[in-house]
Write a protein that binds this ligand. Structure first.
Ligand SMILES: [Zn+2]
Ligand SMILES: [Zn+2]
Length: 441
């Protein structure tokens, strides 16, 4: 497969250029236009010829899923494939099992990054397919196997087009997107701390996520907020323990916590603009140890989601205000800790605007759709805090084939034709970005 595409691509380019030259007496400009048009054709042909290999790669990852921060085999396979493609630098062990590789084009220009995540989920696969997970209780149920496959496909195609690349492409393979195990560092935050956005620093980053409620062939995007912020918080309410028959001698944290639960819900219903999405959910409450002892401590845990960083900051402030007011009214005290937080996945509007034309050209005008933002979260948002980024959704659903199960479910699967679409679109998006950068200078 690799050999054939090696031979076929330069030949097709040569034919396109010769045809353009033959049609006109002055070959310079028409030849250039033909070369640009033929670049898209070249990518399309290369992606088509990679179809079987992409499916094989995705199935291999799917059969060998690994949990967050345990992506040892996955990382090894990714690094081996990137080295085999002859990429200029392949760094491993970035942010634990992360891999960062650089592909230098032969023309001067800027740097653009593309990111795929690598981890699977603790979900038992229920699909009965030849590529069923061989790792009991673990499944690529968020499609990160497809994300890696697309990025490797892009690396393969672009590694054979260095002459046409103006600048460099940085390939980031990130572990632990679903969150590292308690007490461990991980994910995008750790990768950034370990310098994945430096030496060289990209001026923009692109990423994609599979989406089963978008049909294969289609691409979904949002300008501005695309996915929610996600904050996990824990609250401790402290009072005074006493015999249940003498509550006036203690401070009853069960009563105080109950008031806190109700009061916190009024932030959503009474205090934040009703047009702004906000979720504050308390998922657990624990306190007390005996029926006739007033509890001196109650712990509450919950999650908060928003699509707007201002709303997020306001809501956190209002939570503190509410908890301080309610607890002090009863002589109790509180502590609140945000144990993990992911900002809003915010697609830079100017970058989206500039990228849409090439996406429409490659995927087809009618196939580029703009659904509502997702209330799920993505740590891709952390890269977007550092540099402008665009995170879009790759349609992988196929109602006719019964492929409709959502991500994070035991039945989740993808229409594998989406891999070819993903490779075509992302390869062009990256080269198009580098062209725009080079033309600006
Ligand atoms: Zn996920
Ligand atoms: Zn995911």
């Amino acid at each position: 497969m690799k050999l054939r595409s090696n031979l076929a691509l330069p030949l097709s380019l040569f034919l396109a250029l010769s045809a353009a030259a033959a049609l006109t007496k002055s070959p310079a400009l028409p030849a250039l236009i033909a070369a640009n048009a033929s670049r898209e054709e070249e990518i399309a042909r290369a992606a088509e010829s990679l179809r079987a290999k992409l499916i094989e790669t995705r199935r291999d990852f799917h059969m060998h899923p690994e949990l967050s921060n345990r992506e040892e085999r996955t990382s090894r396979v990714v690094a081996e494939k990137l080295r085999a493609l002859g990429l200029d630098e392949v760094k491993t062990g970035v942010g634990k099992y992360g891999v960062v590789a650089l592909l230098k084009g032969r023309q001067p220009g800027g740097v653009v990054a593309v990111r795929a995540d690598m981890d699977a989920l603790p979900i038992q696969e229920t699909l009965d397919v030849p590529y069923k997970s061989r790792n009991d209780g673990v499944k690529h149920a968020c499609g990160h196997d497809a994300h890696m496959t697309v990025e490797l496909g892009v690396a393969e195609i672009l590694s054979k087009m260095r002459d046409q690349i103006r600048g460099s492409v940085k390939f980031i393979f990130q572990p632990a997107e679903e969150g590292p195990p308690p007490g461990e560092r991980g994910g995008a935050r750790f990768m950034i701390e370990e310098g994945c956005l430096e030496n060289p620093r990209p001026s923009a980053i692109f990423g994609l996520h599979v989406m089963p409620n978008i049909e294969v062939g289609q691409i979904g995007y949002n300008s501005g907020p695309a996915m929610a912020s996600s904050d996990r918080f824990s609250i401790t309410v402290r009072g005074k323990k006493v015999h249940g028959a003498y509550p006036h001698d203690g401070i009853d944290t069960v009563v105080v916590a109950a008031e806190c639960v109700t009061a916190l819900q009024t932030i959503r219903s009474r205090r934040i603009n009703t047009q702004e999405p906000l979720v504050i959910s308390l998922g657990s409450i624990h306190g007390g140890n005996r029926f006739n002892i007033i509890a001196d401590e109650v712990k509450l845990e919950g999650t908060m989601r928003t699509l707007n960083e201002e709303v997020r900051a306001k809501a956190i402030e209002m939570m503190r205000q509410t908890l301080a007011g309610v607890t002090s009214a009863y002589g109790a005290s509180y502590e609140m800790e945000f144990v993990s937080n992911t900002p809003v996945t915010y697609n830079d509007p100017a970058l989206v605007e500039a990228t849409l034309p090439v996406m429409r050209k490659i995927a087809g005008e009618k196939n580029i759709i703009s659904p509502r933002p997702q209330m799920g979260a993505e740590d891709f948002s952390l890269y977007q805090k550092a540099i402008p980024g665009f995170f879009y959704f790759l349609g992988v659903g196929n109602k006719a084939k019964g492929i409709t199960a959502m991500i994070h479910t035991p039945e989740f699967d993808i229409d594998e034709e989406s891999l070819v679409v993903g490779v075509k679109v992302m390869s062009n998006v990256l080269l198009d970005y580098l062209d725009r950068e080079a033309n600006r200078k």
